[in-house]
Design a protein around this ligand. Structure first.
Ligand SMILES: NC(=O)c1ccc[n+]([C@@H]2O[C@H](COP(=O)([O-])OP(=O)(O)OC[C@H]3O[C@@H](n4cnc5c(N)ncnc54)[C@H](OP(=O)(O)O)[C@@H]3O)[C@@H](O)[C@H]2O)c1
Length: 349
């Protein structure tokens, strides 16, 4: 079993940096590629800029002066093996004369996997699994989405320290300050779709656009998706959204996610309100949380998350904190659910 050299591991780190320059949104993964000479010199590199543009391997080959005979391709994701909008990267590498391919994680796609096998069959030496943990983490949402056939779901809310998202009269603007609200716009722009329930549309009439500091529209606008049975008013602001509007017309969250997945929408940002957020959490469909906490108290009802049907501490939903940051006077926390072994073992004490 061939193993990677130190130079190849360093090149993989570089390939990962290049991958990070690609767009986080859209149906395709962020991938980087470095072409190396046998003596460890970087001959060319490249990365994928989104669906319909050359894959990272083809981008790097295109920047090469001459042929790739005898070179090693170091690429974060296993080279694809299918004809999509572009040709298979495995074939492009073989045709260019690449002698060795070092990749990070296997391609999880049902139609695109098999690149490593194809390369080996053509006599190319192949090494997989290099920096695999780091690349798994980097591609997290995309990989999970392809493997499970549903988008990666982040549930977001803004609440007071006592977990309230609105006052007794239902008013809820603005709980957090400007810096936190700006971060929310950036998070919107890093997703393919924003989901809200009909309750939020009827209560707040939000535009759900992703905007910059001065209110200008950001380059990427995720499509708004309204979930629920009640009709969306004809004059609702969300109907004027530049990315269009998906009105589910029902409450079936699994069906909503399946529909979004079929449209190539891989990252979903659930912006509430409490009923929809609770439904996602209760159904085990929340992959990540983004919570903005304001140093304020409201008391009363209007909790960020309603009843989850948890009778005792054994059923608690614990989160692993990924990131904690102060934004102005507010705190931003991101985390992911930790599987609760008690729920699966049936233990109750
Ligand atoms: N602070 C924050 O982060 C934040 C964010 C958003 C909203 N809010 C506040 O939240 C309040 C609105 O709360 P809300 O809970 O009514 O809003 P919501 O969660 O947006 O909407 C609730 C409605 O969504 C529909 N729905 C869709 N799928 C569902 C499912 N699987 N299960 C249950 N219902 C489903 C139901 O309406 P149908 O009868 O139409 O099916 C339900 O009544 C507003 O005051 C708003 O300002 C706060």
């Amino acid at each position: 079993m061939p193993s990677p050299s130190d130079a190849e591991i360093a090149a993989m780190r570089r390939a990962l940096e290049l991958a990070a320059q690609g767009p986080i949104t859209g149906g395709n993964p962020r991938v980087g590629c470095v072409l190396m000479t046998p003596d460890g010199r970087i001959a060319a590199d490249g990365w994928h800029r989104g669906a319909g543009t050359p894959h990272a391997e083809v981008d790097a080959l295109g920047r090469l002066d001459g042929r790739a005979d005898g070179l090693t391709a170091v690429v974060t994701l296993e080279p694809c093996n299918h004809w999509g909008r572009t040709g298979p990267c495995s074939e492009a590498l073989i045709a260019a004369g690449v002698a060795r391919v070092v990749y990070g994680v296997p391609d999880p796609g049902a139609h695109s996997a098999g690149g490593a096998e194809r390369l080996r069959a053509a006599g190319v030496e192949v090494v997989g699994g290099v920096l695999a943990d780091q690349i798994e983490e980097f591609l997290g949402g995309w990989l999970a989405s392809v493997r499970r056939g549903r988008p990666w779901v982040t549930v977001k809310w803004a609440s007071t320290l006592d977990g309230r998202t609105a006052a007794a009269d239902g008013s809820s603007r603005w709980i957090t300050g400007a810096a936190a609200r700006q971060r929310v716009h950036e998070e919107r722009a890093a997703n393919d779709a924003i989901l809200v329930g009909t309750g939020t549309i009827l209560a707040d009439d939000p535009s759900l656009t992703a905007r910059g500091d001065a209110g200008e529209l950001l380059a990427h606008q995720p499509v708004p998706v309204v979930v629920g049975e009640r009709p969306i008013p004809a004059d609702a602001a969300v109907r004027r959204h530049p990315a269009g509007l998906i009105a589910a017309g029902h409450r079936d969250l699994a069906a909503v996610l399946a529909d979004l997945n079929a449209r190539g929408l891989r990252r979903v940002y659930v912006e509430g309100g409490p009923t929809l957020a609770s439904a996602f959490v209760g159904a085990g469909l929340a992959d990540a949380f983004s919570v903005y906490l304001a140093p304020a108290l409201l008391g009363g009802g209007h909790l960020a998350i309603g009843d989850l049907g948890i009778p005792s501490m054994a059923g608690i939903h614990r989160l692993r904190l990924d990131h904690v940051e102060r934004l102005g006077d507010d705190i931003h926390l991101t985390g992911r659910p930790v599987p609760n072994p008690d729920l699966h073992s049936g233990r109750t004490t």
